[in-house]
Design a protein around this ligand. Sequence first.
Ligand SMILES: *Cc1c(COP(=O)(O)O)cnc(C)c1O
Ligand SMILES: [Zn+2]
Length: 423
Amino acid sequence: MASNDFVLGLKCRVCGKLYPKGAHFFCADDSGPLEVAYDYEKIKPHVSRAKFQSRPKNMWRYRELLPLDGEPTVGPQVGGTPLIRADRLADALGVERLWIKNDAVNFPTLSFKDRVVSVALSKARELGMRMVGCASTGNLANSVAALSASAGLEATILVPADLERVKILGTAVYGAKVVKVSGTYDQVNRLCTQIVMEYGWGFVNVNLRPFYAEGSKTVGFEIAEDLGWRFPQHVVCPMAGGALIGKIHKGFTELSTLGLVDQPVTTKMYGAQAAGCNPIADCVKSNRERHKPVRTPNTICKSLAIGDPADGYFAAKLIRETGGWAEDVTDAEIVEGMQLLAKTEGVFAETAGGTTLAVAKKLIESGRIPRHEEIVICITGNGLKTQDAVFDALDEPAVIKPALADFKELVGLGERVAEPALV
Ligand SMILES: *Cc1c(COP(=O)(O)O)cnc(C)c1O
Ligand SMILES: [Zn+2]
């Protein structure tokens, strides 16, 4: 069933003016960002819990709430990642009920960006575009490269020159044209806007941004469905451009509006950033209405290093309105967070995951998040992409000769414990 009729158009987030569906991304009157607007009354008779659950477990089971005119043609298997009950991590943090939403195993490029890119590129094809691209801090580059390759689209991807080697490799391997720009992400992004204006290409986070951002709602849909069609009391989410945190909440709101969850949304949203690039967290903590851009981001968490976030204002506003909070953590805390998650839950997250976990820990310890309430932590990317961040924190393994005596000496006789089967 095409959701064609369900989309009213693109609505300015500042003045509310409605624009037709297309590759527009800002309001002609006030330059405000545009967002997809739906006709929920029209959608209501077409959706139910049973209908969603009867479909394959991926993000497209919620297709009536995504802005395509037809079936998805790019990334039809994206999403449907596990929500893990994290009891060992809960013990370590001293809380009662904790879950990890694990998008570190999203298909195909191991970050939540596959969700937004599959929507944006499916839309690019509906609009007849053949040339696509993005400005990226890494994961978006990987995802646009892989998914455009699978769809036969030609991709041009611009990244800050200091990006991790693995993230550049994981882009170039798909045959995308990668351009390193000697500058910050914000400078890369400005250049991409100029390229879009000049060439009319489909840049997923520039002129396709209204469609792109909608893909993140599916993180919220999946969390609610996997909790048994309920909302958690607290969600901790990493912030770069600030879109994901808002869209998880928008996803909850839509489920409530459509009666698929029969409770109002009272979830408190918490934003996580690195201390070396914390414009949104700083905005919340210092009680400013608008963020102060960070001119020269400096952190190991490059995936979140956006100094002047496009949705910063809206993210800070949402955090305040829901009664949540934001925090930032040092690079050392980020590495500790990555290790804690790996050691307690067997999940190797990238630096953004370490940031989110470390922020959650800080918010719990400071009493901002109560210890006896339900908490979901969003893990959005895979640790295999940011190995350098933890390399120095780990001990070199011992080397022995292939002899049992050497092994015994290493393990220490006093500590030897036999498994029950041998005793
Ligand atoms: C892009 C990204 C984010 C943040 O997404 P925004 O919507 O830009 O705030 C979080 N985690 C990872 C791993 C990312 O790549
Ligand atoms: Zn406007």
